[in-house]
Every structure is written in C-alpha cells, then in structure tokens.
Design a protein around this ligand. Structure first.
Ligand code: ATP
Length: 934
C-alpha cells in the first residue's frame, strides 16, 4: 500500500502525462500487490509488473524519468523479491540495452542494477556463510556422530549384554513412553470427563440455584403466612389468659375450702394412726411370742432330725447287713449250684443246658413264650393263649442261655467237659430241639470263617489241640476225627476222608467203619479244612441235601489216645458232638413217600434215644442201644462212665409253644438220668498185659464151648434116634421157648452154664417187660414212643448173630454150633437171619448181652478205637495163629458168657474191617471195665 501511494504521489508531482497511465497502471498494480505480499512469488510478480510498467509506457527502461527510477530504487521491495526474478530483471535490462544498441545505460539504471547485484551478493554471501556454518555444524555433528558411532561400536563389541540392557531400557522407555502416552490419553480422557462433569455440575449448580431460589421464595411466603398466624394466635392467647385468670380465682376459693376439709380429715387420720399404732404394738408382742414358739419348734425339729439320722444310720447298718447277707446268699447259692453240679457229676447226671434262640430279623413283632430266665437254671415258659395254671410252666436245668448269650459264653460253660476228654473220659454233647431252634448254630455256628461265630465243634477241637500241645512234654496225644451223618438210618460220610488221607471209611450195610489206614489229624487247621471240605461236599448236593440236613443227625467224633511219657500208661477218651435232626413229630398220616420214610426214621431214632435215656434213668438192666444207628454211635458216651451234656434248643416264638413244652419235658426227664460217676479210661502197661491174657483165655474157652456144643448135638441126635423122635425143631433150648418168662440167669442143662441165647432172651424179656410196664404207666406219647421198641424186641428176641450178610453166609458154611442141644442152623432159619431187620436184631442182641457184660462192643466207638489204635487191641502173638472162631458160638457159663459176648461183638466189629486187618481175639473194648450196674 505504501509503495502504491508513493508511486501515485511521485507521478502526480512530477509528470502530468504519466498521471493517467500511472494511475491506470497503479490500479492494476494495486490489485497485484495486494495479492503478492512479501513472499518470493509476490517479488516475482512485482518484477514482472515492474517490467510490464516499462513496456506498457515506453517499451524500455531507458525512457523512464530519473525521478521515477529513483522512486523505484527507494522501494524496499527488492529484499523481498526472489533471486531469480532479480536476475531476470537485470537480464531484461541488459537485453533491452543490447537491442537498442545503445550502450549507454543511464546512471539510475546502473545504480539499480548495482543495488540488485549487491543484494544478490549479500544473499549469496549470506548463503555462503550459512552454508559454511551449516558445513561446520554438519562437520561437528558428523564428528560427534562418528565418536558416538565409535563409542557405540566399542560398546556393541565389548558388551552385548549392555546392548541388551540398552535394548531393554529402550524397550522400557518405549513401554514407558506408551504408558505415558496412555496416561496422557487417560489424562486427556480424565480432563474430558472432568470437563463433562464440570458441565454436568454446572448444570446441577444452576438447577440447584434455581431450586434454592424457588425454595427461598416458598420460605418467604411461608414466613409471611406464619407471621400472620402468630398474630392471630397472640390475640387468641390473650383472650384465654383472661379466661384463665377468672378460673384461677374460682380455684383459689375452692382451695381454701379444701384446706379446711383436709384439716378436719388429717385430724381424723391422726386419731386413726394412734389406733393402728396400738394395734401394731399388740401385733409385735404376738410376733415375739410366735418367734419364741418357732424357736422351740425348731429345736424340736432338730431333735427329731437327729433322732431320725441316728435311726437312719442304724437302718443303713442293718440294710448293709442285709445286703451282705444277700450277697452271701448269692455266693452260697452259687456254691450250692456248684455243689449241686458236683453231686450231679458224682451221680453222673446228664447235664442239660438250655439255649433260647433270639428272634430272627423280621420276627421282632412275634410274641415270646419265654417268661423268665433265672440265674440258677430256672426257666418259666408261658402260653398267652391259655389261662390259669396251665399257662405257665417252670423247668429247671443246669444252665439257661438267654437269646443274648454268645457262642463264647456257651463254650466257656462247656469247656471243662470237653477238656476231660484229654484225661481219658468219654464225652457226648448233643443238641436237641425242633427244626430251626438253633442246634446247628450252637454246634457248628453260622459262619466257619469267623472265629467269633464258631460253634462248640470248632471251639472244642481247637481247645483240644491247644491243650494237647501244651501237655506234649508229659503226654503224647494222638487225635482222630470222624464226621458222619445219619440219614434214614444210614451212615453217610459227610466228607471224603479217604481223599484227605486222614480216615478211610468203609460202609458195609450203611454202618460207617473206619479202615486201618486212617491217620491221626495233626492240628485244628487239618480239622477245619476237613470240615469245610465236608460242608462244601454237602453243599454240592444242592437244595435237597441241605434240606436233608435238618432231617439227619450229624455226628462229629473225636478220639483221643494219650500215652504218658513217664509211665507209658495209656488213656483213651472220645468226644461225640451231635447235631440231632429236628425233634418235632411229623404226623405220619400227612407225610408221604420219602418224607414219610424220613419222619419214621427220625421218630424211630429219637424214640430210641429216649428209650436209651429212660432205660438208663430206670437203671434198667437192658439199655436198647441197638435200636437205632444214633444210639449205637452214642453208646459209649450215653452209658458207662461217660459225661453227657444235652443242649436243649428253644424257639421263643409263641407259635412253637407246644413243641417247646414237649422239648422241655423231654429235657427234664433227661436231666434226671444218672449215668454214674464218670471214669477215666486209663490203662497201665500191666493191666493191658492182663487184658491180653484174659482175651487169650476167652479164646480158649470159646474153643472148648464149641467142642461141648458139638458133643451135645451128637448126643441129642443119638437120643432122638433112640426114642424115635425126629430132631426137634423147637427143642428145649429153643430161644423162643426160653424167651418168655425165662429166669434171668438160666443155666444150661449141661455144666450149669447159661447159653448166650438164653441170656439174650432173658435180657430181651426184661426189656420187653420194661417196655410193657413203661407203656402201661406212661402217657399215650410214651406208648407211641415205645411201641416200635416193643415190637422190635419181640422180633429180635431170639436172634444171635451178626447181621452182616457175609457173616450169615459164614454161619451157614461153617460148622454148626450146638446150642442147648439145638442145631444152630435151625435156629438161624427159625430166627429168619437174612431178614431186612436182622442186622438191627443182631445188634440188639449183642447189645443186650453187652449191657450185662462189657459196656462197649460193636459200637462206633469201640470199632473206631480199635481201628485208630489197633495195637492196644492186639492179642498176644500166639493167638493170631489160632484158628478163627465163628462169631456165633455156644454160650459159656454166666461169667464166661460176658467174655464170650465181647468176643462175639469184637469179631463182628472186626469182620467189617478191610481184609488187610487180622481178626483178633481181644480188643480194647473187650478189656473195658465191666459196667457199674453189675
Ligand atoms: N443263638 C442264635 N443267635 C442268632 N441266630 C441264631 C441263634 N440260634 C439260631 N439262630 C439262627 O436261627 C436259624 C435256625 O438255626 P439253625 O439252622 O441252627 O437251627 P437248627 O435247629 O439246626 O435247624 P435244623 O433242625 O433245620 O437243622 C439260623 O438262621 C440261625 O442263624
């Protein structure tokens, strides 16, 4: 703008011709200068405008007036023009002057050029300086960088770790940088948020201010209202004050009236107070009196208390005395029980322990028939369905085990008995009771694998083995175990003993007979294995066999032989552990087929057991052991000097009441049986030798008897022929004729010796009589029990021989033995040997004779003993060479008859052994002491 105004003024002042053109040009320049400004572009524009000005006006710079040029020279625009434009101006000028061919360049133009050139120079020099400066700067920088590079190189070469550190630092710096950036961002965001909040708070503040203002307005309004109200209230109160003043005046008057009234009233109260005071004084006096009285009463109470305490102490002393007495009573009672048991032991009473089974799971709601269990063996059973005295029954046994009794407790009371086996006693323990009453539980236990559950069997064996081990330094024991089952009167071996190599049992005619090859068991483990195998074998037989178990008798027999290492004395004991079949009577009319047969057999064997027990109770001469396999097996333990214990098992269920009572009745009768004091089977060496001699003598006598018999037969034949009478079928010595009413010890016609048959017949008769008597006197049940027994005796009365088929053949084939002038073959025919029942009958006869002679013969025990310990029964060596004597022999005289019978039984027993065994003339059973009844 300055340039334009200056150009206008110079043009206006110095040349009028130029005014119009300059103004025109200025106008155009004005627009261009406004656009240019101080930049290089504007200078360039200026140059070109400048040139245009010259060209437009005169066509060259040469024609420009000096003033104008000086004006132009004064312009400061050259500094701002670009170097190129300056150069182009100079070039233009110079070209123009060349074109004009006028070498004379005006002074001004030259000075202008000079200025331009100076300017150019200055710029160039400045540029050169700048360049220099920059060069030096670059150099110094380069040096700096070079040194830095060197440093870095040395650093890079020397310390790679430092590089890493540096890298890390750089990395950290980067991270920090990013963090800082993030922070910054956050700060920015925060600032933005703050700004927003500020805006928000500002808006809130403005809203609050508005609210405040409106509240203020409302408050002021309210103040005004209150003020007007206060004024109104003031007016009202003033009115009320006036009213109250009036009321106060009225009340003052009333107070004065009341004061006068209260004065009169207080006068009256004072009077009354005096009256009360005197009354209280009177009361106080009475209280004192009462206190005195209470003191005296207290004294009296204390006195009474003291007296009471003294009396109480005396009572306590007396009571203590009573308690002591009661305790003593219990001790005395216990002693009495012990003494009673000892007396029973001495008498040889069969011990009876009663065990009551608990209700099984699921039976808890059932009613019990057990009313009371006494400590001393009393038991009261009751039938809630009955009334009166019949509803309760009292029984007494040696011991009662309640439902809670453990196997251990039961065994503890049984152990002394079992231990006596090792002292040479025969012991029999049997469990009796209806099916499901716990017989097997007591004898075997519910679970063999758990020792706590072991029944008497396992515990007994365990105990015997332990005891025999503990005594091994003084007595050498040998133990043998046998387990048989009696089912339908047949002996069945419960486990394959042969396989185990412990026992080898042959079973001729169903009677289990151990073979000589059996071995003694060594330990409880042997027996446990054996028994578990036996049980497994039974289980293999499936349900039928298991069912059978409750309809069969199971007998575990333990034989013990002990040799005293010092004296060589031998003792022999046996233990029978019997789990009987269910005792309930099966109604024969209901059962059929196999069941009927089973029932018959069970009834028969249990009746036979009853018969034996009652015969023993009656001290009968004949004890019918041979009536069943069961009694046969138990013979040695039920008679003689054995110790016998019966477990009576009861089912507490009220539904079993009648069975319970009949079981208890049976047990009661059993407990009354006296077997006599038990005796140990001890033999010294001398005794054994004597017994061997006795056996030898028996053999000789038998031989003689045989000869006598033969002679008698010959004689009878001769007499018969002479009299013309045939050989009498039923001669005078016929067993049948001798049987009934025959005197007990009938002597045979010759030599006054009684024959074995006569002996037997007499014995049978006695039994028959006993049976008859018993059935007459007894109840209907007893009649039933003994009926088969009676029939049995009638059938078997005259039989004399072993029932073994071989033996029968033997009898027929061997020389006939004369008996009382009769032909034995006729007798045999007459007696029907070979009958199905012959074995039993023969057994019975043998037994009958035995009952008067030796106590064991042909029983399982004697046979087993013989087989297990054969050397004890061995005759002297020379006897072995003697000819065999047939089993059926003429009877020797009475005393000899006993010996002869023993021999007979022994032969019978021996005949059942395996062929490897020699029949011997003497046996351990033959040398047993005679029965106490003799
Ligand atoms: N003292 C007892 N404690 C617990 N359970 C018992 C007891 N006595 C018997 N039992 C249980 O009662 C049931 C019948 O017992 P067990 O088989 O011993 O009777 P049992 O008289 O031997 O019968 P069976 O004549 O049929 O052989 C079994 O389940 C047995 O476990």
């Amino acid at each position: 703008m300055n340039l334009r105004s200056e150009v206008y003024s110079s043009e206006n002042g110095e040349s009028n011709d130029l005014n119009g053109d300059v103004a025109e040009q200025t106008g155009s320049l004005k627009g261009s200068v406004e656009v240019c400004g101080p930049s290089a572009a504007s200078i360039h524009n200026f140059g070109s405008k400048f040139q245009d000005v010259f060209q437009l006006k005169q066509g060259s710079f040469v024609d420009l007036p000096a003033a104008k040029i000086s004006e132009l020279m004064k312009l400061n625009g050259l500094e701002n023009a670009s170097t190129q434009s300056l150069f182009s101006v100079v070039n233009k000028i110079l070209d123009e002057s060349i074109e004009r061919k006028n070498a004379d360049i005006p002074q001004l133009v030259a000075s202008l050029l000079k200025l331009v050139l100076q300017e150019v120079e200055q710029r160039v020099s400045r540029l050169a300086e700048d360049m220099k400066k920059q060069n030096s700067l670059y150099k110094s920088r380069e040096e700096k960088y070079q040194s830095k590079i060197r440093v870095l190189e040395t650093l890079a070469i020397g310390t790679a770790e430092h590089n890493e550190v540096v890298m890390n630092q750089l990395h950290q710096i980067k991270i920090e940088k990013t963090k800082t950036e993030e922070k910054k961002k956050l700060e920015e965001q925060y600032v933005i948020r703050l700004m927003r909040e500020k805006d928000h708070s500002d808006s809130q503040i403005s809203a609050l201010t508005q609210e405040m203002e409106s509240a203020k307005r409302a408050y002021e309004k309210r103040c005004l209202q209150l003020e007007t109200k206060a004024k109104e209230t003031e007016v009202d109160l003033e009115k009320k004050i006036v009213e109250l003043e009036c009321i106060l005046n009225d009340s003052r008057k009333k107070v004065a009236e009341l004061e006068a009234f209260s004065k009169s009233k207080s006068m009256r109260w004072k009077r009354k107070e005096l009256g009360y005071k005197s009354f209280l004084d009177f009361q106080f006096g009475s209280l004192q009196d009462l206190r005195m009285t209470s003191e005296s009463v207290k004294q009296q109470v204390l006195n009474t208390k003291r007296i009471y305490c003294e009396e109480f102490n005396t009572f306590a002393l007396k009571l203590k005395g009573l308690v002591d007495a009661a305790q003593n009573y219990h001790t005395v009672l216990e002693e009495n029980r012990k003494l009673y048991n000892e007396v029973q032991d001495l008498k040889g009473n069969i011990r009876v322990y009663c065990r009551i089974r608990p209700f099984l799971s699921g039976q808890s709601k059932k009613q019990t028939s057990i009313e009371y269990i006494g400590e001393n063996g009393e038991l009261v059973v009751s039938n809630p369905l009955k009334q009166g005295k019949d509803s309760h029954r009292l029984f007494k046994f040696n011991k009662i085990f309640g439902p809670a009794a453990t196997q251990e407790e039961v065994f503890l009371d049984t152990r002394p008995l079992i231990r006596s086996v090792l002292d040479g006693y025969n012991v029999c323990i049997f469990a009796y009771g209806q099916t499901g009453s716990g017989k097997t539980y007591t004898m075997t236990g519910p679970n063999i694998s758990s020792e706590v559950d072991w029944g008497v069997n396992y515990r007994a064996l365990n105990d015997l083995f332990h005891l025999s081990q503990s005594r091994k330094n003084s007595i050498a024991y040998e133990v043998g175990v046998q387990m048989v089952e009696i089912y339908n009167e047949q002996m069945i071996v419960s486990f394959d003993l042969h396989t185990l190599g412990i026992w080898n049992i042959a079973q001729p005619n169903g009677l289990a007979v151990p073979d000589a090859s059996m071995h003694p068991v060594q330990s409880t483990t042997d027996v446990l294995e054996l028994m578990s195998i036996g049980l497994m074998n039974r289980a293999v037989g499936a349900t039928a066999l298991n069912e059978r178990s409750s309809r069969s008798h199971s007998v575990l027999t333990v034989h013990v032989r002990g040799t005293d290492l010092e004296t060589n004395a031998v003792l022999r004991g046996s233990l029978h552990l019997v789990d009987l079949a269910g005792s309930e009577r099966v109604d024969r009319s209901e059962a059929k087929g196999d069941r009927l047969r089973e029932a018959q057999h069970i009834n028969k064997s249990l009746s036979a057991l009853g018969d034996v027990i009652f015969a023993l109770a009656q001290k009968s001469h004949h004890v019918p052991y041979r009536n069943s396999k069961l009694t046969q097996v138990l013979q040695s333990s039920l008679g003689g000097q054995a110790k016998t214990l019966m477990f009576v098992q009861l089912n507490p269920d009220v539904e079993s009441y009648s069975e319970t009572v009949s079981t208890l009745k049976f047990a009661e009768r059993v407990s009354g049986v006296e077997l006599g004091a038990a005796r140990s089977n001890k033999e010294g060496r001398g005794v054994r030798e004597l017994m061997d001699q006795v056996a030898f003598l028996k053999e000789t006598i038998l031989k003689k008897d045989e000869e006598i018999g033969r002679l008698r037969m010959n004689k009878a034949n001769v007499v018969g022929e002479r009299c013309g009478i045939g050989s009498p079928r039923y001669g005078s010595s016929s067993p049948r004729r001798h049987s009934i009413g025959a005197p007990r010890q009938r002597r045979s016609p010759s030599g006054g010796k009684s024959s074995g048959l006569i002996e037997k017949a007499t014995s049978d008769l006695d039994s028959s009589e006993y049976s008859d008597k018993h059935s007459e006197a007894g109840s209907q049940q007893s009649v039933d029990d003994f009926r088969h027994h009676k029939e049995f005796f009638h059938q078997s009365r005259l039989v004399v021989a072993d029932g073994d088929q071989n033996l029968t053949e033997d009898i027929e084939s061997r020389p006939v033995v004369a008996l009382g002038g009769q032909h034995l073959a006729e007798d045999v025919e007459l007696l029907g040997l070979g009958d199905a029942d012959s074995e039993e009958r023969l057994s019975d006869i043998s037994d009958g004779v035995l009952s008067m002679g030796t106590e064991t013969d042909g029983s399982m025990n004697s046979i087993v003993e013989f087989t297990l310990f054969p050397e004890t029964a061995k005759p002297p060596a020379e006897n072995i060479e003697k000819p065999k004597v047939p089993a059926k022999l003429p009877r020797p005289p009475q005393k000899q008859a006993q010996i002869g019978t023993s021999q007979l039984s022994l032969t019978k027993g021996s005949s059942k052994f395996s062929s490897s065994k020699k029949t011997t003339a003497g046996s351990s059973s033959a040398i047993k002491p005679t029965k106490r009844r003799q």
